[in-house]
Unconditional design. Sequence first.
Length: 81
Amino acid sequence: MCSARVSRLKGERAAEAFHRVLARVLGSASVALLALYVAVPRFEVLCVAVAVGLLAVCWWVMNIALRIRRMIIELGNGSSR
């Protein structure tokens, strides 16, 4: 039972790390696309840059939600002891 909880926590931390890295990659891609828009001012490039930026924000919010969820679970487990 304890090993299952440990492996679940490792999986949740891995998911958090994945979301954090993906948010950084998407943010960097958005900045690169905005730089491309400055070089080549086309509306399509701007739309893709904004879409990627919004996706990065969504991933960032999801990562925060995962952290809050884990903290609530840990607080709940600590109070039941």
